[in-house]
Write a protein that binds this ligand. Sequence first.
Ligand SMILES: N=c1c2ncn([C@@H]3O[C@H](COP(=O)(O)OP(=O)(O)OP(=O)(O)O)[C@@H](O)[C@H]3O)c2ncn1[C@@H]1O[C@H](COP(=O)(O)O)[C@@H](O)[C@H]1O
Length: 109
Amino acid sequence: MTHPTSARGPLDDLYATILARKDADPASSWTAQLLAKGPEKCAEKFGEEAIEAIIEAIKDDKAALTSEAADVLYHLLVMLAARDVTLTDVLDELTRRQSQSGVAEKASR
Ligand SMILES: N=c1c2ncn([C@@H]3O[C@H](COP(=O)(O)OP(=O)(O)OP(=O)(O)O)[C@@H](O)[C@H]3O)c2ncn1[C@@H]1O[C@H](COP(=O)(O)O)[C@@H](O)[C@H]1O
């Protein structure tokens, strides 16, 4: 499925960079090093970053939450790449849900 908002954005560019790091020398890049440790380690790092974001959200520190949210998005993409799930797969799932909720809205009118 082609995503309707297919204009490339920073997340697409970051995901493409992360994918390219799957074949890179681990010594050359933090991302390549993390991917070389395997999908379980990538998932663990995602969990750690999510918890750090939760802490900043509870503290209501907007600057720190913004920074942690960027870490969460980066580590989400690394975890997806480690398991060969594409960003397009995830966006398509969101689009499918939006169109389903549109059907539900129309049905309730
Ligand atoms: N967006 C990011 C990004 N966000 C966070 N990080 C790294 O993720 C790491 C995780 O932070 P931690 O505080 O947990 O790091 P740490 O304590 O050193 O790690 P551990 O000891 O816990 O394993 C840090 O080293 C950050 O530099 C990122 N590393 C890379 N990118 C982007 O990924 C792309 C590829 O970068 P390279 O990894 O340099 O190839 C580039 O576009 C980068 O901008």
